[in-house]
Design a protein around this ligand. Structure first.
Ligand SMILES: [Zn+2]
Length: 467
């Protein structure tokens, strides 16, 4: 049955690519609030594709004021595990249009890759998951497991309603294993299973020194400068190549085990490529802590970033002492940090001893997102690793991710600790969120072949034996 499904994928690859082309042609941008009609259209198209692939009970669902979710299921494998499949159909906007080498809304094949906004993040995952489902449904008319597939429409704006959706549809979506295709392979051709994610805690810092700007010729040197006060506070965060200088920050940080250190050291890493990718200026050095490589640093150490700062715009600059300045400080958190403690430590650190005694207000910016980490062992992980080994014809690696996917932990908890398998779809050249986003077509095929094998491997387990 599996071989027939794999053969079907080979024969129908162009069809699958056409389906992806239809998906990326719709400008389902969620970040600007101006493309709700397009998001409705991708949700509907996803529903159509679900029906075509052979899913049942396909529905366009919403909860509260959410954007539409596409949902479909196939539950005709009694006694077999139920697999929850996640992807999202919304995309990032197209900024820097002039840097795109082809139309961002037209799937374009070039150098073994498929270019378009959303090709990798995350419409490629919709096509891959449905490809694997169709491969079974179109050949043996059956699947080795039960599946419940959810495709979200607002991942790129923080999945605001997702936890509410899970609660509202708890019984309907209940599953034994979770499969998420929205992370990265460490390199093209190297199948990667992500077992840790960082979380986020953010604060806004508002500094006030006066009610109004005052001419700097009259008051410069006498009145405190809000922009300098703010930047002196932000300057406290500079870590050079050591630990972050925030007291308490590392109280709960889980130490890397020797085994993890050794595993991270063995992963491929090319510093020059990383420099080039970021366009790092020649004089700048990496900011990693001594004793960590880039993976250890970005997957398992906390980080602070100033993601916004406002005082006065350069365009409208005039000679005045500024009375107000604000910034948002975002902090990536890691196992076993508690978001509330990080928030308290960060707030205390930024509020203490204000320069010139100015007013400093530090308030939470957005809800915190918790980190997630799992032990990538047990029957479900073995099923996934074996499937990826077969699909890519090489040993998979277990990796971390410096980014955040807030729902993985809560969903796994909702399903009584169901294992979550995060299988990579992007690679370092995918440029998700950036110009010339693309999906590596060879890896796309290998991912589908892995998913086919994963369904087969999981089908050999019972629901009780998946964990
Ligand atoms: Zn994504």
């Amino acid at each position: 049955m599996t071989q027939a499904a794999l053969d079907w994928l080979g024969k129908n690859h162009e069809e699958i690519v056409h389906g992806l082309a239809d998906l990326v042609a719709i400008q389902s941008i969620s970040t600007d609030g101006e493309h709700h009609a397009e998001i409705d259209r991708t949700a509907k198209l996803t529903c159509d594709m679900m029906r075509q692939a052979g899913l049942h009970n396909v529905d366009l669902l919403k909860v509260g004021g959410s954007l539409p979710y596409a949902y479909g299921e196939w539950l005709d494998a009694p006694g077999k595990p139920t697999v929850f499949l996640y992807a999202h159909h919304d995309v990032q906007p197209v900024n820097f249009v002039e840097q795109w080498q082809s139309d961002p809304w037209k799937l374009t094949r070039r150098d073994g890759r498929l270019f378009a906004r959303g090709a990798a993040d995350d419409k490629g995952a919709i096509s891959a998951l449905l490809g694997a489902i169709a491969a079974y449904r179109k050949t043996g008319n059956t699947l080795p497991v039960n599946v419940k597939m959810l495709v979200e429409g607002e991942e790129e704006i923080g999945s605001k309603y997702l936890l509410k959706f899970f609660e509202a549809h708890k019984e309907r979506i209940k599953s034994d294993v979770i499969v998420v295709c929205d992370t990265e392979n460490i390199e093209v051709g190297i199948p990667s299973l992500t077992y840790s994610l960082r979380g986020i805690v953010g604060v806004q810092v508002d500094v006030s020194t006066a009610k109004t700007p005052v001419h700097s010729g009259m008051a410069g040197g006498a009145l405190p400068d809000a922009a300098i006060a703010l930047n002196s506070i932000l300057g406290r965060l500079y870590w050079n190549n050591g630990a972050l200088p925030i007291p308490g920050m590392y109280d709960q940080v889980r130490t890397l085990t020797d085994k993890e250190r050794a595993a991270f050291a063995k992963l491929p890493f090319n510093a020059d490529k990383f420099r080039q990718g970021a366009g790092l200026v020649p004089t700048a050095r990496f900011a990693v802590e001594e004793g960590y490589n880039t993976y250890g640093q970005t997957w398992r150490r906390p980080a602070v970033t100033v993601i916004a700062q406002e005082a006065s715009s350069i365009k409208g600059a005039s000679n005045q002492v500024l009375p107000k300045a604000s910034a948002i400080v975002s902090c990536r958190i890691v196992p076993d940090q508690k978001p509330e403690k990080v928030l308290a430590d960060l707030t205390a650190f930024l509020s203490k001893d204000p320069p010139w005694g100015c007013e400093v207000k530090v308030t939470p910016a957005g809800p915190p997102v918790d980190w997630w980490m799992t032990d990538p062992n047990g029957p479900a992980f073995e099923a996934a690793l074996a499937a990826m080994r077969g699909g890519y014809d090489r040993d998979p690696v277990a990796i971390g991710c410096g980014g955040s996917i807030g729902f993985v932990g809560p969903l796994s908890a909702l399903f009584n600790g169901a294992p979550a398998l995060l299988m990579g779809i992007e690679d370092p050249a995918s440029n998700a969120h950036a110009p010339n986003e693309s999906l590596h077509e060879g890896d796309f095929k290998k991912l589908m072949a892995s998913l086919v094998r994963l369904f087969d491997n999981l089908g050999k387990l019972t629901p009780a034996r998946v964990k």
